[in-house]
Write a protein that binds this ligand. Structure first.
Ligand SMILES: [Zn+2]
Length: 167
């Protein structure tokens, strides 16, 4: 059975705060990078060099393995970005129209439209990520693997007992 290790937040190397580089703790090979502290995806990185399964679930995990609070944060982030990026773009359009064609488009129109368009885009992204995550997690072999490495508790009862994890 594969050796399983935990890559905690402190063990990562990062260049800029939102970009995380992982290194295999056993052979020091670079394993991959993640572009956010909390993202949706496979909660582990398997070292291609020495086969160690490195668990990164504190930083990246599947949607349905996240807590309700973490899921709420994702949705709050969508609203936040829609307000600042989408709404901000609306304000930018109003300013542009004023300067270029002397047309006065109210912020009360451009801001909500920008917010709405931003929301459609960012929420669409999140929905796409969730859909992909649920496709992965609908595979029984994937569920079995997550159970074996201890990320899902007690869902597979039959043959998981025979594999004992060496640590
Ligand atoms: Zn390695």
């Amino acid at each position: 059975m594969a050796l399983v290790t935990q890559l905690s937040v402190r063990q990562r190397d990062y260049i800029i705060p939102t970009l995380i580089f992982y290194k295999c703790p056993k052979c020091k090979k670079r394993l991959g990078l993640q572009d956010d502290y909390h993202s949706i995806g496979e909660p582990f990185l398997i070292c291609p060099n020495c086969n160690v399964v490195n668990i990164i679930s504190k930083n990246r995990t599947e949607w349905d393995l996240k807590s309700p609070a973490q899921q709420f944060l994702f949705k709050a982030k969508v609203v936040f970005f829609s307000l600042f990026v989408g709404g901000g773009f609306g304000v930018f359009i109003t300013e542009g129209l004023k300067r270029i064609v002397q047309f006065n488009l109210s912020y009360f129109i451009s801001f909500p439209i920008g917010f709405f368009i931003g929301y459609l885009i960012f929420n669409g992204d999140l929905k796409g990520d969730i859909k992909e995550s649920r496709e992965r997690i609908s595979n029984p072999r994937y569920i079995k693997f997550l159970t074996e490495i201890g990320l899902i508790k007690n869902t597979i009862s039959s043959d998981s007992k025979s594999d004992n994890r060496d640590q």
